[in-house]
Design a protein around this ligand. Structure first.
Ligand SMILES: [Zn+2]
Length: 383
């Protein structure tokens, strides 16, 4: 399974970053330890580095901390994992939690049933004749402060607050179904807006400005930066290998099991080798490449999976998350619809954000949970 390429200079050049590639050509120092790149199934690469320090909490004895530099070969997207970082003491934690959050946010909430009709915008009648889309407890309406050509909000529940494990299957299912109805309305009215995204910022640590559970729906003429990276890389991969990247990835993950959580209907669930955040869980559809293709069965499969993710997260101590989909514009044999969910800090009045200069300015995520460990911890909820 593992292939060491330390002696293969050409491969070294392809796999390492431009700086390290330069080092290969002008070896003035001993950087040989950087060259031990491990390739896993031609899908991923990994470098193991030890960082030395004299730890004041251990009588200044020399400590070696292990850092994994992981790369996804499809896109060259990288992350760094140091699980020791999860032990960091966070000064901002004060213990104030849900109660204060609820007390402050319940007053005059625009999304609560008493205010939603008067306080939320309505769609132009050319897009949605009734002004808003309603299904079960879900109401879909335009975002008051859009950041996309088409940007809507869909409430998940009538209740102002629900914990991560309190959403019912019907609430999740209706939310997705009503969202797809919105995407279809946009598709009928604007042939150029073809890239839909279904996203959920759950609670303020995940970026939600409103506590009341709601998802965000955007449709644009262009994919986002990362969606474009995946869509174009998957097209190149398909052309070169005559197979779908996601199918190959899931086949290998299922066979090897280290990050495979389970399959629910037409959706396989894994932890990502190169996560975009802590405790990332990823759902990959079998036979759907675009949100436009979702039908009742696939919506039900996705909802069941999400419910299990929320249960597992809750028991794993995760109470705030970001969720987003990566969708092709239409059916695409080189792509599969993917949903990615990452943990965010615990909701408190003051907390340490988990995004610093590496995430915001270098687009490289520092992760403090090992994907293989997360998989073994939460796997039982997907059986
Ligand atoms: Zn509310």
């Amino acid at each position: 399974m593992k292939q060491l390429v330390a002696d293969n200079r050409s491969k070294k050049f392809i796999l390492l970053s431009s700086l390290q590639a330069l080092i290969v050509y002008k070896p003035t120092h001993d950087y040989s330890y950087l060259l031990e790149v491990i390739i896993l199934r031609d899908l991923f690469s990994k470098q193991l580095i030890e960082s030395e320090l004299r730890n004041p909490t251990e009588d200044f004895n020399l400590e070696k901390q292990k850092i994994e530099y992981r790369k996804e070969l499809l896109t060259s997207r990288a992350c760094r994992i140091n699980v020791k970082r999860s032990e960091r003491k966070k000064q901002a934690q004060t213990g104030m939690g849900y109660s204060e959050l609820l007390e402050l946010s319940t007053k005059n909430c625009y999304f609560c049933p008493a205010n939603i009709k008067t306080a939320t915008p309505m769609f132009p009648s050319s897009l949605v004749p009734e002004g808003r889309i309603k299904l079960g407890e879900t109401t879909v309406f335009p975002n008051l402060f859009p950041f996309a050509k088409y940007h809507a909000v869909a409430t998940v529940s009538r209740q102002h607050f629900l914990g991560i494990d309190e959403f019912t299957l019907k609430q999740i299912q209706d939310t997705i179904k009503a969202s797809i109805e919105y995407f279809r309305a946009v598709a009928l009215s604007d042939k150029k807006a073809v890239y839909p995204i279904f996203s959920w910022n759950f609670l303020p640590p995940a970026g939600a400005s409103v506590v009341h559970p709601h998802v965000q729906l955007t449709v644009d003429e262009q994919p986002t930066n990362l969606a474009w990276l995946y869509l174009s890389a998957c097209k190149r991969y398909f052309k070169k290998n005559k197979e779908n990247y996601w199918k190959r990835l899931i086949d290998i993950e299922e066979k090897e099991g280290e990050r495979f959580l389970g399959k629910i209907g037409g959706v396989s669930w894994i932890t990502s080798y190169v996560p975009l955040g802590n405790d990332e869980i990823c759902g990959v559809f079998d036979d759907v490449s675009s949100l436009h293709e979702l039908e009742d069965t696939s919506i039900s499969d996705l909802s069941k999976g999400l419910k299990r993710v929320f249960t597992a997260y809750s028991l794993y101590g995760v109470h705030s998350f970001n969720l987003s989909t990566f969708s092709a514009s239409t059916r695409d044999e080189s792509f599969r619809l993917v949903v990615r969910i990452i943990a965010r800090p615990y909701p408190q009045s003051y907390y340490n954000n988990d995004a610093g200069f590496m995430e915001r300015l270098h687009e490289e995520v520092i992760v403090e949970s090992m994907p293989e460990k997360v998989a073994s911890d939460v796997k039982e909820y997907f059986g």
